[in-house]
Design a protein around this ligand. Sequence first.
Ligand code: PMP
Length: 412
Amino acid sequence: MPLDPYSIREDFPLLKNRKVIYFDNAATSQKPRQVIEAIKNFYEQFNANIHRGLHRLSEEASEAYENAHEVVAKFIGAKSYEEIIFVRNTTEALNIVAYAIGLYDLNEGDEIIVTIMEHHSNLLPWYVIAKLRKAKLKIIGLTSDYKLNYEELENTISEKTRVIAVTHMSNVLGTINDVKRIAKLAHEVGAIIVVDGAQSVPHMPVNVSHLDIDFLAFSGHKMLGPTGIGVLYGRKDFLVDLKPILYGGDMIKAVNFNGKSINIKLNDLPWKFEAGSPNIVGAIGLSEAINYLNKIGMENVRAYEESFTRYMLRRIDEELKDYVNIYGPRDVNEKGGIISFNVMNYHPHVIATMLDKYNIAVRSGFHCAQPLHQYLGITQGSVRASLYIYNVREEIDYFIEVLKKIIKELKE
Ligand code: PMP
């Protein structure tokens, strides 16, 4: 086994405190004690605001906060901490890119390409900015095996394309998109590529330099870190010229008043994009989560989840095929540990509620990807089971037995 989920489980207090089979990892992950302790330690030992005070506590807090930028940069293969901007979450990161690019660099007739598998947070900001700037939003569909239609993408890209915004891993289908290939296509026409890494960064090695992508967004809370901290990676060449959309304290070097008016000098990277007091403890918690994942190794995380997903798909196919309809690629080489499905014609909330009675936590509904469900002709949404490093085979076995029981109950 690439990793030992049984010993990993020991680090997660909630999994001991609560009787739960936690299959809602795509929504948020559980937290290891190392992260919880890092947060506690910050508040007990060096809580202060950063960059402002000359006192020792502030210096220590600043150092830890800056170090967190370095840890993230290294984790995703960025060239420097200057390319790492801390934000609240993926949603905020994607909105910042869309507005910063859209308000200053998009014009009437320009085209933005997204895919039908986007989470609302990588769809709606582009939809709004396209309307504001009179740009066109083009939406790429899927093939019959739930993969991105690359042929359609290639035919849609043109000299008018300014941005391609795409998810690295679908939060519904688990489909892993070939963003390296898409980046190449984007760059050939001088467009930029923005990648939603909310589901990929926690579960597989992601290296922005190898992928050659321009922007990457992800959330700490889905990768063992705390809520309220997320990352926007931006290629330095772009960030240097990009204007912030949030103004105020900390993002400014000087604000000069000449008696009548003011002029401003923006701060250096990445601070010019981090207006106001940041989530210092969140960044520290996230860097501890990354340390934890690094110890396991992201290759191992991916390999474990691949074999685990294969096992779950096989069990459903062999034992429940007549009652359970799975949405997503069957080839686990191109799929993350996200399995969305429906049971007969029952509403997904009915199934999720029944699973909860057996202490199995899954998500049901549209998973913030309503257009994708509509595109696939799924009117009521779906049930989603999503896995992580602390899930074990026995949980899948139990899940399959419970599903069988539920189906039997519903049929009677
Ligand atoms: N994109 C994807 C693919 C996601 O799965 C999610 C979370 N469900 C988001 C974006 C939004 O993440 P957050 O709520 O942390 O902003």
